[in-house]
Design a protein around this ligand. Structure first.
Ligand code: HEC
Length: 168
């Protein structure tokens, strides 16, 4: 009789344990919280042999030296600078300020990290068009990447605009 009692106890304990395990697994493995990638969070490496349609391959920011060597394919015409200025007002002014002078001239920069003065002649000389294009497309240390919001072409227009505001 005693053994039957112990056996029953064991069966009950085992059933309880299994139910507990099921609860723990479902708790940790919540299907409503699957891994997700937020737009702009990562730049994916293209699988080998893939050709992008209507765009340029995004070179990751870790390979900035390669990207910096890319020549600017778009002439810095007035039309290009105008497109660049328009995009700058939409995407960049909050952090870089209306005249790209940086510091805390942008409303977001007062609460975020003050940005560098992009009109600075020394910085302008130091950076290639490709470097800045890469900075816009792939992002910087803190600056977000714009590969999903702007086409590669628009990023070149932005570079042309930034060159136009360089302090002499
Ligand atoms: C969320 C704020 C933010 C926005 C929006 C932003 N930037 Fe920046 N940017 C920064 C910060 C901060 C830096 C300083 C470097 C760093 O920390 O990444 C920077 C640096 C730069 C640089 C200098 C890189 C160098 O060292 O030569 C360029 C060029 C630039 N940004 C262009 C742009 C353009 C063009 C846009 C709009 C498409 C833009 N940024 C939007 C925050 C921003």
């Amino acid at each position: 009789m005693k053994y039957v009692f112990i056996l029953t106890l064991l069966v009950v304990a085992a059933a309880g344990g299994m139910m507990g395990t099921a609860v723990v697994i479902r708790w940790n493995d919540n299907m409503t919280e699957t891994p997700k990638i937020v737009p702009g969070e990562r730049v994916f490496k293209m699988p080998q042999g893939v050709v992008p349609r209507g765009g340029d391959l995004v070179i990751r920011k870790e390979q900035r030296e390669i990207a910096a060597k890319q020549p600017n394919p778009i002439k810095a015409s007035e039309a290009s600078v105008t497109i660049g200025r328009e995009r700058f007002q939409i995407f960049c002014v909050p952090c870089h300020g209306p005249e790209a002078k940086g510091g805390t001239t942008g409303p977001v920069a007062t609460k975020f990290i003050p940005t560098p003065d992009l009109t600075n002649a020394d910085l302008q000389k130091q950076r290639t068009d490709g470097y800045w294009h890469s900075y816009i497309v792939a992002g910087g240390a803190v600056m977000p990447a714009y590969a999903e919001a702007l086409s590669s072409e628009e990023a070149w227009h932005l570079v042309n605009f930034l060159r136009s505001v360089a302090r002499k």
